[in-house]
Design a protein around this ligand. Structure first.
Ligand code: AQP
Length: 333
């Protein structure tokens, strides 16, 4: 039996990178009869960056609404909020005693987010991957669908699982496998094909948000950076053309096609011909999600009820795993 766990931060609205790199793949897992799916909104991670306390609860509901609108079915998967399960933080502390500073210092996300201010960065930002390991191990998750940017964090979770097992001479935590799936595991900025599409990038024109209207989607795609060459007939022709590669990748992922198929369709055409078709496709695929999200956001009581049910199911697993972890570690009970 596979146990699937993943989450997203309620830092701001989800974008196409979150959707194509992770969320779209989560939906597919639900139909695997051998998989139990747990999807959380990781609010404890969100507070590692500056945030508005007055917006956090609503942003948390909005991410839950995006999950459901994108196809996560509360009857098939448990949807819950990380902070409603205190066992995440409790296991984090236990794992923190085994996490090596040297390994944490090598985490590229910490380096990127702390930037030149590493000395002033919070301990929470530094320890983020340990909390992420706890999020996964508290459910003994076997598979973690994420975008490519999270691979290094997953390696730390695997490392901590084996450190624990070796130190205590047990075979308790499984090695969680990253599942980096789909055509677009790393979606790039619309304005710079060498930078990851990110919620925290300053310009909103760099990303397509799941809350964008069709007009906004069209505007962002029209303004997306391209180059002067026509589209090639094969992938080799996209070498050294990061923006063109990104747009073809996005088209392929949204159309459920391979990049090769997309190139065969557009070979020899200019971006002026490509972009209108891309706009139509993006609007066709994303608008229904936006509409459903808005409907859910109009009914917060329904979201709260789904989150409460999901939390109950998740907590029954987490409390058992934490109790067993504490027993293995020799705690008084
Ligand atoms: N550009 C991306 N391409 C593919 N996958 C991506 N993910 C994020 N950006 C891309 C995947 O989305 C999931 C949830 O991400 P998160 O909300 O936990 O935070 P993040 O990875 O830090 O996302 P952002 O947009 O980059 O947020 P900020 O700007 O706040 O740091 C993860 O599975 C991630 O891989």
């Amino acid at each position: 039996m596979k146990r699937i766990l993943s989450g997203m931060q309620p830092t701001s609205q989800l974008h196409l990178g979150n959707y194509l790199g992770a969320l779209k793949n989560w939906v597919a897992f639900q139909d695997d009869p051998n998989a139990q799916c747990l999807y959380c909104v990781v609010d404890l991670h969100a507070i590692t960056a500056s945030y508005e306390a007055a917006n956090l609860a609503n942003a948390t509901r909005e991410i839950a609404a995006a999950y459901i609108a994108a196809g996560i079915d509360p009857d098939k998967s448990s949807i819950f909020v990380q902070s409603s399960i205190p066992e995440h933080s409790q296991l984090m502390w236990l794992l923190a005693t085994m996490a090596q500073m040297g390994k944490l210092e090598r985490m590229t996300q910490f380096k990127d987010k702390a930037g030149k201010n590493a000395e002033r960065a919070g301990l929470g930002l530094f320890a983020y991957p340990v909390l992420m390991a706890a999020d996964i191990l508290i459910y003994k998750a076997t598979h973690v669908p994420v975008g490519e940017d999270q691979k290094q964090h997953l390696e730390l979770a695997r490392d901590l699982a084996s450190t624990f097992n070796t130190r205590y001479g047990v075979d308790f935590f499984p090695q969680p496998e990253p599942v980096i799936a789909g055509v677009a595991p790393r979606v790039m900025s619309l304005r710079d094909g060498t930078q990851k599409m990110s919620k925290s990038a300053d310009s909103d024109m760099t990303r397509i948000n799941l809350t964008d209207t069709p007009d906004m989607i069209a505007k962002k795609i029209k303004k997306a950076k391209t180059d002067a060459e026509p589209l090639p007939e094969n992938l080799a022709g996209l070498d050294g053309r990061p923006e063109a590669l990104n747009l073809i990748t996005l088209y392929a992922a949204l159309a459920d096609k391979s990049k090769e198929e997309v190139l065969l369709h557009f070979a020899g055409k200019q971006f002026g011909q490509f972009k209108p078709e891309f706009i139509d496709l993006a609007v066709e695929k994303l608008s229904p999600i936006t509409t459903r999200m808005n409907e859910f956001m109009d009914d917060p009581a329904q979201i709260d009820s789904i989150l409460s049910d999901g939390s109950e199911k998740a907590r029954s697993i987490a409390s058992e795993v934490l109790a067993k972890t504490q027993e293995i570690m020799g705690f008084y009970s």
